[in-house]
Design a protein around this ligand. Sequence first.
Ligand SMILES: NC(=O)c1ccc[n+]([C@@H]2O[C@H](COP(=O)([O-])OP(=O)(O)OC[C@H]3O[C@@H](n4cnc5c(N)ncnc54)[C@H](OP(=O)(O)O)[C@@H]3O)[C@@H](O)[C@H]2O)c1
Length: 287
Amino acid sequence: MLFDGKKIAFIGPGVMAEAMIAGLIRQGLVEKDALRAAGPTRERLEHLHNRYEIGITQDNTAAARDADVVVLSVKPQRLDRVLAGLKASVHPEALVLSIVAGASMEKISNGLDHTRVVRSMPNTPAQIGEGITVWTASLEVTEEQKQMTCQILGALGQEIFVEEENYLNMATALSGTGPAYVFLFMEAMVDAGVHLGFPRRIAEQLVSQTVRGSVDFYQKNEDQVHLARLRNQVTSPGGTSAEALYYLEKAGFRTAISRAIWAAYERSVELGRADKDQKTSKDHRND
Ligand SMILES: NC(=O)c1ccc[n+]([C@@H]2O[C@H](COP(=O)([O-])OP(=O)(O)OC[C@H]3O[C@@H](n4cnc5c(N)ncnc54)[C@H](OP(=O)(O)O)[C@@H]3O)[C@@H](O)[C@H]2O)c1
């Protein structure tokens, strides 16, 4: 088995780490004693220990020291401190797998003085194993470590490997931020339903099942029919869909979506650059 004798340490035992731990155990990919979690809060660690029977510690370095895979799953604002604390504790041949939003490969690699790094971008449905994660790896990451990455990220749902890091910024805008667009769209539909006169609970059920059913219908269509054709199927001449779609197009719906996603991409690039500039100016001050 791929993970035989391998130890995986989760630095940052939050929601995403738990989703990975639960998925790996559920799929029988790892033994429970191969997993350990490190974080600051005793109660949180005890919850993970009681539920999954994994090792726990409040000492990040102790968790990382002999681990074959070190998963970085802290919030972005905690990352600098965590990297500084872990430096020199990670084995040079271990894989460092980061799910921290916006943290570049360079930042992680420099922060830990470590070459084998995977950067990934999951999304919120990962919390129920229905996410999609885009990831990339440094050149030093071995084939076996890439396979381990597929399995660990697979515990969160689907995963897609990309060669270039810039795709991570694009994925941040499309799939990472994507649930926010979907939820806003659904919220607007529910509010419209309430405006029409439906009780909110019924409007929510109608919208939620309509979205779920539409997605399933699209994904299960074996002939890979284009989205526009599926839309045309519900648009009869002079009918209700035609009327509604006319208003959506007139209001710039398509352009708004496109611009929003482009803006999110630019923001992601900008945040990465700001992080780098901040580090460079700090380095200059220390010179
Ligand atoms: N949630 C998502 O759907 C999602 C999607 C895409 C990307 N991500 C990325 O995934 C990462 C984790 O997100 P999350 O939602 O799992 O966050 P979370 O639930 O807040 O988990 C973060 C964990 O890190 C712990 N922590 C704080 N300081 C620490 C330290 N110095 N050393 C070790 N652990 C520390 C926290 O402990 P305390 O709570 O006790 O402080 C908490 O258990 C983030 O970087 C986020 O950008 C998440």
